[in-house]
Design a protein around this ligand. Sequence first.
Ligand SMILES: Cc1ncc(COP(=O)(O)O)c(C=O)c1O
Length: 441
Amino acid sequence: MPFTRHSVYEGGGHVPVIVRGEGAYVWDDRGRRYLDGLAGLFTVQLGHGRTEIGEAMARQATELGYFPIWSYAHPRAIELAERLAHLAPGDLNRVFFTSGGGEAVESAWKLAKQYFRITGQPTRHKVISRAVAYHGTPQGALSITGIPEAKAPFEPLVPSTAHVPNTNIYRAPDGLRDDEKAFGRWAADRIAEAIRFEGPSTVAAVFLEPVQNGGGCFPPPPGYLERVREICDEYGVLLVADETITAFGRIGDTFAMSRFGVTPDIITCAKGMTSGYCPMGAMICSDRLFEPFRKGSATFLHGFTWSGHPVGAAAALATLDIFEREGIHAHVREHEEQFRQTLERLRDLPIVGDVRGAGYFYGIELVQDRATRQTLSNEQAERVLRGYLSTALFDHGLYCRADDRGDPVVQLAPPLIIGPPEFDEIEQILRTVLTEAWSRL
Ligand SMILES: Cc1ncc(COP(=O)(O)O)c(C=O)c1O
Protein backbone atom coordinates (compact mmCIF):
# COMPACT_ATOMS: atom_id res chain seq x y z
CA MET A 1 0.00 0.00 0.00
CA PRO A 2 1.24 3.56 -0.70
CA PHE A 3 3.00 5.32 2.18
CA THR A 4 2.00 2.59 4.65
CA ARG A 5 3.89 0.88 7.45
CA HIS A 6 3.07 -2.70 6.58
CA SER A 7 4.47 -3.95 9.88
CA VAL A 8 1.36 -2.58 11.62
CA TYR A 9 -0.84 -4.95 9.64
CA GLU A 10 1.65 -7.81 9.43
CA GLY A 11 1.62 -7.66 13.23
CA GLY A 12 -2.16 -8.20 13.31
CA GLY A 13 -3.47 -4.63 12.90
CA HIS A 14 -6.78 -4.25 11.13
CA VAL A 15 -6.74 -2.45 7.77
CA PRO A 16 -9.84 -0.25 7.69
CA VAL A 17 -12.00 -1.37 4.78
CA ILE A 18 -14.23 1.41 3.54
CA VAL A 19 -17.17 0.03 1.63
CA ARG A 20 -19.61 2.87 0.98
CA GLY A 21 -19.98 6.64 0.96
CA GLU A 22 -22.87 9.08 1.07
CA GLY A 23 -22.42 12.85 1.20
CA ALA A 24 -19.70 13.76 3.70
CA TYR A 25 -19.70 10.31 5.33
CA VAL A 26 -18.19 6.90 4.61
CA TRP A 27 -18.90 3.50 6.18
CA ASP A 28 -16.55 0.61 6.88
CA ASP A 29 -17.15 -3.12 6.56
CA ARG A 30 -18.23 -3.23 10.21
CA GLY A 31 -21.03 -0.75 9.54
CA ARG A 32 -19.36 2.16 11.36
CA ARG A 33 -19.77 5.68 10.01
CA TYR A 34 -16.98 8.27 9.64
CA LEU A 35 -17.02 11.93 8.71
CA ASP A 36 -14.69 12.24 5.75
CA GLY A 37 -12.55 15.12 6.99
CA LEU A 38 -10.04 14.82 4.16
CA ALA A 39 -12.43 14.36 1.21
CA GLY A 40 -10.73 11.02 0.56
CA LEU A 41 -7.34 12.46 -0.30
CA PHE A 42 -8.30 16.10 -0.98
CA THR A 43 -10.45 14.83 -3.84
CA VAL A 44 -14.13 14.23 -3.09
CA GLN A 45 -15.21 17.89 -3.34
CA LEU A 46 -18.87 17.14 -3.99
CA GLY A 47 -19.22 14.34 -1.47
CA HIS A 48 -19.75 10.63 -1.92
CA GLY A 49 -22.55 8.83 -3.72
CA ARG A 50 -23.14 11.28 -6.56
CA THR A 51 -24.95 8.98 -8.97
CA GLU A 52 -25.02 11.75 -11.58
CA ILE A 53 -21.25 11.50 -12.01
CA GLY A 54 -21.38 7.71 -12.15
CA GLU A 55 -24.14 7.86 -14.75
CA ALA A 56 -22.16 10.29 -16.93
CA MET A 57 -19.20 7.90 -16.75
CA ALA A 58 -21.38 4.90 -17.63
CA ARG A 59 -22.90 6.74 -20.61
CA GLN A 60 -19.43 7.64 -21.84
CA ALA A 61 -18.09 4.11 -21.39
CA THR A 62 -20.99 2.85 -23.49
CA GLU A 63 -20.53 5.47 -26.20
CA LEU A 64 -16.71 5.48 -26.40
CA GLY A 65 -14.81 3.76 -23.61
CA TYR A 66 -11.35 4.75 -24.75
CA PHE A 67 -9.54 6.49 -27.51
CA PRO A 68 -6.16 8.21 -27.23
CA ILE A 69 -5.72 11.92 -27.85
CA TRP A 70 -2.30 11.48 -29.41
CA SER A 71 -3.02 13.39 -32.65
CA TYR A 72 -6.71 12.47 -32.34
CA ALA A 73 -9.51 13.90 -30.27
CA HIS A 74 -12.87 12.94 -28.85
CA PRO A 75 -15.77 15.16 -27.80
CA ARG A 76 -15.35 14.93 -24.02
CA ALA A 77 -11.65 15.86 -24.13
CA ILE A 78 -12.44 18.81 -26.39
CA GLU A 79 -15.30 19.99 -24.18
CA LEU A 80 -13.30 19.61 -20.98
CA ALA A 81 -10.23 21.38 -22.37
CA GLU A 82 -12.41 24.28 -23.50
CA ARG A 83 -14.14 24.46 -20.18
CA LEU A 84 -10.93 24.40 -18.15
CA ALA A 85 -9.35 27.02 -20.42
CA HIS A 86 -12.38 29.20 -19.86
CA LEU A 87 -12.20 28.74 -16.07
CA ALA A 88 -8.43 29.25 -15.81
CA PRO A 89 -7.09 32.75 -15.16
CA GLY A 90 -5.50 35.01 -17.78
CA ASP A 91 -4.42 33.43 -21.05
CA LEU A 92 -3.96 29.95 -19.60
CA ASN A 93 -5.80 28.48 -22.54
CA ARG A 94 -3.84 25.33 -23.38
CA VAL A 95 -4.71 22.14 -21.57
CA PHE A 96 -2.54 19.01 -21.45
CA PHE A 97 -4.26 16.08 -19.74
CA THR A 98 -2.59 13.67 -17.31
CA SER A 99 -4.01 11.10 -14.91
CA GLY A 100 -2.82 12.74 -11.69
CA GLY A 101 -1.00 15.56 -9.96
CA GLY A 102 2.51 14.10 -10.06
CA GLU A 103 2.21 13.55 -13.81
CA ALA A 104 0.98 17.13 -14.20
CA VAL A 105 4.04 18.39 -12.30
CA GLU A 106 6.34 16.25 -14.48
CA SER A 107 4.60 17.61 -17.55
CA ALA A 108 5.02 21.21 -16.41
CA TRP A 109 8.73 20.82 -15.77
CA LYS A 110 9.26 19.09 -19.12
CA LEU A 111 7.24 21.74 -20.93
CA ALA A 112 9.29 24.49 -19.27
CA LYS A 113 12.53 22.80 -20.33
CA GLN A 114 11.46 22.16 -23.89
CA TYR A 115 9.90 25.62 -24.25
CA PHE A 116 13.19 27.27 -23.33
CA ARG A 117 15.16 24.86 -25.49
CA ILE A 118 13.20 25.73 -28.63
CA THR A 119 13.03 29.43 -27.91
CA GLY A 120 16.79 29.91 -27.72
CA GLN A 121 17.44 29.67 -23.97
CA PRO A 122 18.63 26.05 -23.76
CA THR A 123 20.43 26.50 -20.44
CA ARG A 124 17.22 27.19 -18.52
CA HIS A 125 16.34 23.89 -16.86
CA LYS A 126 16.38 24.31 -13.06
CA VAL A 127 13.42 24.49 -10.70
CA ILE A 128 13.09 26.43 -7.46
CA SER A 129 10.48 25.13 -5.01
CA ARG A 130 9.73 25.39 -1.31
CA ALA A 131 10.69 23.55 1.84
CA VAL A 132 8.35 20.77 3.00
CA ALA A 133 6.21 21.07 -0.17
CA TYR A 134 4.97 17.80 -1.66
CA HIS A 135 4.71 17.71 -5.44
CA GLY A 136 4.33 13.98 -6.15
CA THR A 137 6.30 10.76 -6.42
CA PRO A 138 7.60 10.47 -10.01
CA GLN A 139 11.31 11.20 -9.87
CA GLY A 140 11.08 14.69 -11.35
CA ALA A 141 8.18 15.69 -9.12
CA LEU A 142 9.94 14.08 -6.15
CA SER A 143 13.04 16.09 -6.92
CA ILE A 144 10.91 19.26 -6.80
CA THR A 145 9.39 18.03 -3.53
CA GLY A 146 10.93 19.63 -0.44
CA ILE A 147 10.65 16.74 2.03
CA PRO A 148 14.13 15.24 2.51
CA GLU A 149 12.88 12.00 4.17
CA ALA A 150 10.56 11.25 1.24
CA LYS A 151 13.44 11.66 -1.18
CA ALA A 152 16.31 9.97 0.67
CA PRO A 153 15.61 6.34 -0.36
CA PHE A 154 15.58 7.31 -4.03
CA GLU A 155 18.58 9.61 -4.29
CA PRO A 156 20.15 10.57 -6.58
CA LEU A 157 17.04 12.12 -8.06
CA VAL A 158 16.72 14.46 -11.01
CA PRO A 159 19.40 17.11 -10.53
CA SER A 160 18.74 20.84 -10.88
CA THR A 161 16.33 21.64 -8.09
CA ALA A 162 16.82 24.14 -5.28
CA HIS A 163 14.60 24.84 -2.29
CA VAL A 164 13.63 28.05 -0.50
CA PRO A 165 11.62 28.78 2.68
CA ASN A 166 7.85 28.36 2.56
CA THR A 167 5.26 30.75 4.00
CA ASN A 168 4.96 29.24 7.47
CA ILE A 169 4.65 32.45 9.48
CA TYR A 170 4.22 30.46 12.71
CA ARG A 171 7.85 29.40 12.30
CA ALA A 172 9.07 32.66 10.72
CA PRO A 173 12.40 34.13 11.80
CA ASP A 174 12.30 36.46 14.80
CA GLY A 175 11.12 39.94 13.95
CA LEU A 176 8.95 38.77 11.04
CA ARG A 177 6.27 36.82 12.89
CA ASP A 178 4.10 39.79 13.71
CA ASP A 179 4.21 41.46 10.32
CA GLU A 180 2.60 39.37 7.59
CA LYS A 181 3.53 41.75 4.82
CA ALA A 182 7.17 41.98 5.82
CA PHE A 183 7.30 38.19 6.20
CA GLY A 184 5.72 37.72 2.76
CA ARG A 185 8.25 40.08 1.24
CA TRP A 186 11.09 38.28 2.99
CA ALA A 187 9.88 34.82 1.86
CA ALA A 188 9.38 35.96 -1.76
CA ASP A 189 12.81 37.55 -1.82
CA ARG A 190 14.35 34.20 -0.89
CA ILE A 191 13.17 33.04 -4.33
CA ALA A 192 14.95 35.95 -6.01
CA GLU A 193 18.05 35.12 -4.01
CA ALA A 194 17.92 31.45 -5.08
CA ILE A 195 17.49 32.42 -8.73
CA ARG A 196 20.52 34.71 -8.52
CA PHE A 197 22.52 32.05 -6.70
CA GLU A 198 21.69 29.37 -9.29
CA GLY A 199 22.27 31.81 -12.16
CA PRO A 200 19.16 33.33 -13.73
CA SER A 201 19.96 31.96 -17.19
CA THR A 202 19.81 28.40 -15.78
CA VAL A 203 16.46 28.66 -13.99
CA ALA A 204 13.34 27.52 -15.85
CA ALA A 205 10.58 27.67 -13.26
CA VAL A 206 9.40 28.31 -9.73
CA PHE A 207 6.89 25.73 -8.48
CA LEU A 208 4.62 26.57 -5.53
CA GLU A 209 1.21 25.74 -4.16
CA PRO A 210 -0.98 28.81 -3.54
CA VAL A 211 -1.71 27.30 -0.11
CA GLN A 212 0.99 24.77 0.75
CA ASN A 213 -0.20 21.44 2.09
CA GLY A 214 3.06 19.90 3.33
CA GLY A 215 3.75 21.19 6.83
CA GLY A 216 0.08 21.99 7.36
CA CYS A 217 -1.62 24.64 5.25
CA PHE A 218 0.48 27.74 4.71
CA PRO A 219 -1.57 30.47 3.01
CA PRO A 220 0.32 33.15 1.09
CA PRO A 221 0.91 36.28 3.19
CA PRO A 222 -0.48 39.48 1.69
CA GLY A 223 1.66 40.61 -1.25
CA TYR A 224 3.65 37.35 -1.43
CA LEU A 225 2.26 35.91 -4.66
CA GLU A 226 2.34 39.33 -6.33
CA ARG A 227 6.01 39.70 -5.39
CA VAL A 228 6.85 36.17 -6.61
CA ARG A 229 5.15 37.02 -9.92
CA GLU A 230 7.28 40.17 -10.16
CA ILE A 231 10.47 38.23 -9.42
CA CYS A 232 9.67 35.58 -12.03
CA ASP A 233 9.00 38.28 -14.62
CA GLU A 234 12.17 40.13 -13.71
CA TYR A 235 14.32 37.02 -14.23
CA GLY A 236 12.35 35.50 -17.13
CA VAL A 237 11.41 32.46 -15.01
CA LEU A 238 8.06 30.65 -15.36
CA LEU A 239 5.71 30.58 -12.38
CA VAL A 240 4.00 27.22 -11.94
CA ALA A 241 1.11 27.03 -9.48
CA ASP A 242 0.70 23.44 -8.31
CA GLU A 243 -3.02 23.43 -7.61
CA THR A 244 -3.32 19.67 -7.23
CA ILE A 245 -5.08 20.29 -3.91
CA THR A 246 -6.16 23.93 -4.05
CA ALA A 247 -8.13 23.83 -7.34
CA PHE A 248 -11.79 22.96 -7.78
CA GLY A 249 -13.36 24.86 -4.97
CA ARG A 250 -11.03 24.03 -2.09
CA ILE A 251 -10.27 27.76 -1.64
CA GLY A 252 -13.65 28.97 -2.95
CA ASP A 253 -12.86 29.29 -6.65
CA THR A 254 -12.02 26.93 -9.51
CA PHE A 255 -8.38 27.92 -9.10
CA ALA A 256 -6.95 29.41 -5.91
CA MET A 257 -4.67 31.66 -7.97
CA SER A 258 -7.79 33.39 -9.36
CA ARG A 259 -8.98 33.99 -5.82
CA PHE A 260 -5.58 35.45 -4.90
CA GLY A 261 -5.58 37.55 -8.09
CA VAL A 262 -2.22 36.41 -9.50
CA THR A 263 -1.87 34.67 -12.87
CA PRO A 264 0.84 32.00 -13.15
CA ASP A 265 2.28 30.71 -16.43
CA ILE A 266 1.23 27.13 -15.73
CA ILE A 267 -1.32 25.52 -13.41
CA THR A 268 -1.09 21.85 -12.49
CA CYS A 269 -4.26 20.25 -11.15
CA ALA A 270 -5.91 16.86 -10.59
CA LYS A 271 -7.76 15.34 -7.60
CA GLY A 272 -10.96 17.44 -7.31
CA MET A 273 -11.38 17.78 -11.06
CA THR A 274 -13.59 14.68 -11.08
CA SER A 275 -14.47 15.00 -7.40
CA GLY A 276 -12.34 11.87 -7.05
CA TYR A 277 -14.65 9.68 -9.11
CA CYS A 278 -12.00 8.96 -11.74
CA PRO A 279 -8.24 9.59 -12.09
CA MET A 280 -7.74 12.78 -14.07
CA GLY A 281 -5.22 15.60 -14.05
CA ALA A 282 -4.08 18.47 -16.22
CA MET A 283 -1.34 20.95 -16.89
CA ILE A 284 -2.80 24.21 -18.14
CA CYS A 285 -0.37 26.63 -19.74
CA SER A 286 -0.45 30.08 -21.27
CA ASP A 287 -0.83 30.76 -24.97
CA ARG A 288 2.73 32.12 -24.90
CA LEU A 289 4.14 28.71 -23.90
CA PHE A 290 2.16 26.97 -26.62
CA GLU A 291 3.20 29.40 -29.35
CA PRO A 292 6.53 27.78 -30.37
CA PHE A 293 4.80 24.40 -30.66
CA ARG A 294 2.47 25.72 -33.39
CA LYS A 295 5.16 25.71 -36.04
CA GLY A 296 7.09 23.26 -38.23
CA SER A 297 8.09 19.95 -36.71
CA ALA A 298 7.91 21.18 -33.08
CA THR A 299 6.33 18.50 -30.90
CA PHE A 300 5.93 18.28 -27.13
CA LEU A 301 7.65 14.90 -26.77
CA HIS A 302 5.60 13.76 -23.83
CA GLY A 303 2.30 12.07 -23.03
CA PHE A 304 0.43 9.31 -21.23
CA THR A 305 -1.85 6.55 -22.48
CA TRP A 306 -4.60 7.83 -20.19
CA SER A 307 -4.20 11.52 -21.14
CA GLY A 308 -7.73 12.86 -21.60
CA HIS A 309 -9.45 9.53 -20.95
CA PRO A 310 -13.04 9.81 -22.21
CA VAL A 311 -14.57 8.38 -19.03
CA GLY A 312 -12.41 10.65 -16.83
CA ALA A 313 -13.33 13.65 -18.98
CA ALA A 314 -17.03 12.77 -18.69
CA ALA A 315 -16.65 12.56 -14.90
CA ALA A 316 -14.93 15.95 -14.85
CA LEU A 317 -17.63 17.57 -17.00
CA ALA A 318 -20.35 16.18 -14.75
CA THR A 319 -18.42 17.46 -11.72
CA LEU A 320 -18.11 20.96 -13.19
CA ASP A 321 -21.86 20.93 -13.98
CA ILE A 322 -22.66 20.21 -10.33
CA PHE A 323 -20.20 22.89 -9.16
CA GLU A 324 -22.12 25.44 -11.22
CA ARG A 325 -25.62 24.21 -10.53
CA GLU A 326 -25.16 23.96 -6.77
CA GLY A 327 -23.04 27.10 -6.41
CA ILE A 328 -20.28 25.23 -4.58
CA HIS A 329 -17.76 28.10 -4.68
CA ALA A 330 -20.33 30.47 -3.20
CA HIS A 331 -21.11 27.87 -0.51
CA VAL A 332 -17.42 27.65 0.46
CA ARG A 333 -17.05 31.44 0.53
CA GLU A 334 -20.16 31.80 2.61
CA HIS A 335 -19.05 29.25 5.21
CA GLU A 336 -15.24 29.42 5.23
CA GLU A 337 -15.13 32.02 7.99
CA GLN A 338 -17.35 29.90 10.21
CA PHE A 339 -15.20 26.85 9.50
CA ARG A 340 -12.16 28.85 10.58
CA GLN A 341 -13.85 30.16 13.71
CA THR A 342 -15.02 26.68 14.69
CA LEU A 343 -11.52 25.28 14.41
CA GLU A 344 -10.04 28.33 16.16
CA ARG A 345 -12.01 27.31 19.26
CA LEU A 346 -9.45 24.50 19.65
CA ARG A 347 -6.81 27.09 20.48
CA ASP A 348 -7.81 26.75 24.12
CA LEU A 349 -6.18 23.28 24.17
CA PRO A 350 -2.56 23.36 25.34
CA ILE A 351 -1.43 20.99 22.58
CA VAL A 352 -2.70 23.30 19.82
CA GLY A 353 0.03 25.68 18.70
CA ASP A 354 -1.52 27.06 15.55
CA VAL A 355 -4.68 26.84 13.43
CA ARG A 356 -4.15 28.01 9.86
CA GLY A 357 -5.46 27.65 6.36
CA ALA A 358 -7.96 29.05 3.90
CA GLY A 359 -11.26 28.02 2.36
CA TYR A 360 -12.06 24.43 3.37
CA PHE A 361 -8.40 23.57 3.90
CA TYR A 362 -6.87 23.73 7.40
CA GLY A 363 -3.94 22.51 9.43
CA ILE A 364 -3.74 22.36 13.21
CA GLU A 365 -0.16 22.33 14.43
CA LEU A 366 0.57 20.41 17.61
CA VAL A 367 3.22 21.51 20.10
CA GLN A 368 4.48 20.47 23.52
CA ASP A 369 4.79 24.07 24.70
CA ARG A 370 2.61 26.83 23.32
CA ALA A 371 4.59 29.68 24.85
CA THR A 372 7.87 28.64 23.22
CA ARG A 373 6.28 26.93 20.18
CA GLN A 374 8.39 23.89 21.07
CA THR A 375 7.43 21.11 18.68
CA LEU A 376 6.91 17.46 19.69
CA SER A 377 10.08 15.42 20.07
CA ASN A 378 10.57 12.56 17.62
CA GLU A 379 9.67 10.18 20.41
CA GLN A 380 6.45 12.08 21.21
CA ALA A 381 5.51 12.30 17.53
CA GLU A 382 6.04 8.58 17.14
CA ARG A 383 4.20 7.62 20.33
CA VAL A 384 1.38 10.15 20.36
CA LEU A 385 0.88 11.17 16.73
CA ARG A 386 1.41 7.81 15.08
CA GLY A 387 0.74 5.58 18.06
CA TYR A 388 -2.43 7.25 19.28
CA LEU A 389 -3.84 10.22 17.40
CA SER A 390 -4.33 8.79 13.90
CA THR A 391 -6.28 5.77 15.05
CA ALA A 392 -8.08 7.58 17.86
CA LEU A 393 -9.52 10.19 15.49
CA PHE A 394 -10.72 7.42 13.23
CA ASP A 395 -12.14 5.42 16.15
CA HIS A 396 -14.06 8.52 17.22
CA GLY A 397 -15.60 8.79 13.75
CA LEU A 398 -13.37 11.32 11.99
CA TYR A 399 -11.25 10.38 9.01
CA CYS A 400 -8.48 12.96 8.58
CA ARG A 401 -4.70 12.99 8.61
CA ALA A 402 -2.12 13.42 11.34
CA ASP A 403 1.03 14.31 9.46
CA ASP A 404 4.58 14.70 10.71
CA ARG A 405 6.41 15.30 7.44
CA GLY A 406 7.11 18.78 8.75
CA ASP A 407 6.15 19.85 12.25
CA PRO A 408 3.23 17.66 13.41
CA VAL A 409 -0.17 18.75 12.14
CA VAL A 410 -3.71 17.47 11.83
CA GLN A 411 -4.93 18.21 8.32
CA LEU A 412 -8.51 18.90 7.33
CA ALA A 413 -9.93 19.20 3.83
CA PRO A 414 -13.55 18.04 4.02
CA PRO A 415 -16.00 17.75 1.12
CA LEU A 416 -17.07 21.23 0.06
CA ILE A 417 -20.73 20.52 0.67
CA ILE A 418 -20.51 20.53 4.46
CA GLY A 419 -21.69 23.30 6.77
CA PRO A 420 -21.91 24.30 10.45
CA PRO A 421 -23.29 20.98 11.85
CA GLU A 422 -20.34 19.05 10.39
CA PHE A 423 -17.88 21.80 11.44
CA ASP A 424 -19.10 21.29 15.02
CA GLU A 425 -18.79 17.52 14.74
CA ILE A 426 -15.19 17.87 13.53
CA GLU A 427 -14.37 20.28 16.36
CA GLN A 428 -15.89 18.05 19.02
CA ILE A 429 -14.04 14.92 17.91
CA LEU A 430 -10.77 16.83 17.65
CA ARG A 431 -11.33 18.34 21.08
CA THR A 432 -11.85 14.93 22.71
CA VAL A 433 -8.91 13.27 21.00
CA LEU A 434 -6.45 16.18 21.29
CA THR A 435 -7.25 16.54 25.00
CA GLU A 436 -6.38 12.88 25.50
CA ALA A 437 -3.27 13.23 23.30
CA TRP A 438 -2.02 16.05 25.54
CA SER A 439 -2.33 13.85 28.62
CA ARG A 440 -0.23 11.22 26.88
CA LEU A 441 2.64 13.50 25.80
C1 LIG B 1 0.52 19.71 -4.38
C2 LIG B 1 0.56 18.31 -4.91
N1 LIG B 1 1.21 18.06 -6.05
C3 LIG B 1 1.26 16.82 -6.57
C4 LIG B 1 0.66 15.76 -5.92
C5 LIG B 1 0.73 14.40 -6.51
O1 LIG B 1 -0.50 14.02 -7.05
P1 LIG B 1 -0.77 12.50 -7.46
O2 LIG B 1 -0.77 11.70 -6.22
O3 LIG B 1 -2.12 12.57 -8.14
O4 LIG B 1 0.31 12.12 -8.43
C6 LIG B 1 -0.04 15.97 -4.73
C7 LIG B 1 -0.69 14.86 -4.03
O5 LIG B 1 -1.18 14.98 -2.95
C8 LIG B 1 -0.07 17.28 -4.20
O6 LIG B 1 -0.70 17.53 -3.04
